[in-house]
Every structure is written in structure tokens, then in C-alpha cells.
Design a protein around this ligand. Structure first.
Ligand code: PGA
Length: 254
């Protein structure tokens, strides 16, 4: 293997879906069919309550698979500890074998009113605790229609810069209007935003696309050299879809 080969990322965001039963059947099928590749990494972000069970499942896999399979939190608290009923801190996730954290997902911004300050402190808490944040950015339909996409993305990225300076970053471009809708921007549109993100954060930033990714969209998206990874919601709960997208990443021209 060429050790210089860039890593391709798949982030499986299960959102608030699943059950212990689904986890069991999913992992049974996954273990039988998963064929790892050293430069294609997959981060599972199940609901927090299933992380322990997921961790146990991953630990039963051979070392070459474990090397490319990781766990991520869907969100973390913006404090390290304290009287914050219902919250889970970054060090607590770390204890469970979690290495990544989605931060600033549009569902958190819009449904749970997470603001820029909270997102900035979550990014900082992730780094304090040894979790790698995956910052989600993206414009709404209205912002797209009023041609504010670039300004919105730059403003959302400002959060990352103010918390961590120029550290290498993982950023997911997730247009809000494309999440769970079946709509996907064109590849040139996605590439333009990926270039903008690298202009702001530096050439070493890893930039992913997310929003209605399934196996048919993925085959197009993987053709773009700008796309370092895919963040997959609904389709990531289906073993067939997830494995098909993983297989495509192995053979893409990076
Ligand atoms: P979707 O979700 O793939 O179901 O559109 C993406 C996301 O919200 O992370």
C-alpha cells in the first residue's frame, strides 16, 4: 500500500433511529460482508445510548477492520462537567472509545437552537478531550435563494478558526435543504463550496459532503477529487447502502 494515499471518510449518522435489535442485525450482516481497506475509514455515529454496545461489537472484529472503524458522538456538551441534566461531556464519550464528534449539525442548530458561541465551545471541548470534531456547515434554502451561501459558510467556519486556529480540520458541507429531502446540489456546486472551505481553513482541511447521500449519488460524488468523504444519514442505517458506498470509495480516483 502507498502510505501517502489520502484517507477517504464515511460518516454514518444514525440520528435518533435504531434499536438494540437493529444494531444486532446490522452488525451481523456488516461483519459477514465488510471488507476493509486501509485508506477508507468509517465513523459510526449511533445514538449515544448505543455507543457502548457498538464499541463491544467493533472490538470483536479483526485488527485490520478495527483500524478503519471508529465511533463518533452526534453532539457533545459544551462543558466538561457540572449540573447539566441530560448532557454528555466529551471526556465521557472518550471513555467509551469514541474518537470523533459531529458538531454544529443543522438539526442541532435549528431544532435545539445551538448558536455560534455554543458551537465554538463544543469544538474547543472536543479538542480539550482528545475528540476530533467534525464541524457541519451549510446554508438553508432561503439563504441559497438569496445568494448568501458563501457568506454563511464563511461565518460558520469562523467558529472553527476562533476555537482552534489553523489546526487540521474535518468539515462536512451539508446544505440544510439537501438533508433528508432527496435533493443534492450539482457536483460543480459542491466543489465550489469545498474549495471555499479550503480557502478559509487551508489546503490540508478534509472536506466531506452530506445531504441525501445514497449509493447512486455517491458514485457521482466520489468522482470529484475535492470530496474527501461523505456524511450519510438515512442510507447509513441500511447495511447494503453503506457497504456499497464503502466499496465505491475503495476504487475511486483520488
Ligand atoms: P441524510 O442526512 O443523508 O438522511 O440526508 C444527512 C445528515 O443529516 O447528516
Amino acid at each position: 500500500m502507498n502510505t501517502q494515499e489520502p484517507i477517504q471518510w464515511l460518516i454514518a449518522n444514525w440520528k435518533m433511529y435504531g434499536s438494540l435489535e437493529l444494531l444486532k442485525t446490522f452488525m451481523q450482516a456488516f461483519k459477514e460482508r465488510f471488507c476493509s481497506h486501509p485508506t477508507v475509514h468509517l465513523v459510526f455515529c449511533p445514538p449515544a445510548i448505543y455507543l457502548q454496545a457498538f464499541h463491544e461489537q467493533l472490538q470483536s472484529l479483526p485488527a485490520d477492520m478495527q483500524a478503519v472503524l471508529h465511533l463518533g458522538a452526534q453532539t457533545i456538551a459544551n462543558k466538561l462537567e457540572g449540573a447539566f441534566t441530560g448532557e454528555i461531556s466529551a471526556p465521557m464519550f472518550k471513555e467509551l472509545g469514541v474518537d470523533y464528534a459531529l458538531i454544529g449539525h443543522s438539526e442541532r442548530r435549528n431544532l435545539f437552537q445551538e448558536d455560534v458561541e455554543q458551537i465554538a465551545s463544543k469544538v474547543a471541548r472536543a479538542y480539550d478531550s482528545g475528540l476530533i470534531p467534525i464541524l457541519c456547515v451549510g446554508e438553508t434554502q432561503k439563504e441559497r435563494e438569496t445568494k448568501q451561501t458563501e457568506a454563511v459558510i464563511e461565518q460558520q467556519l469562523g467558529v472553527l478558526l476562533s476555537s482552534v486556529g489553523s489546526n487540521p480540520s474535518l468539515v462536512a458541507y451539508e446544505p440544510v435543504w439537501a438533508i433528508g429531502t432527496g435533493l443534492v446540489p450539482t457536483v460543480p456546486e459542491i466543489e465550489a463550496i469545498h474549495r471555499l472551505i479550503r480557502k478559509v481553513l487551508g489546503a490540508s482541511a478534509n472536506v466531506f459532503y452530506g445531504g441525501s447521500v445514497n449509493r447512486s449519488h455517491a458514485s457521482l460524488l466520489w468522482q470529484s477529487p475535492e470530496v474527501n468523504g461523505l456524511l450519510i444519514g438515512g442510507a447509513s442505517l441500511k447495511v447494503d447502502e453503506l457497504l456499497a458506498i464503502y466499496e465505491m470509495a475503495k476504487t475511486r480516483k483520488a
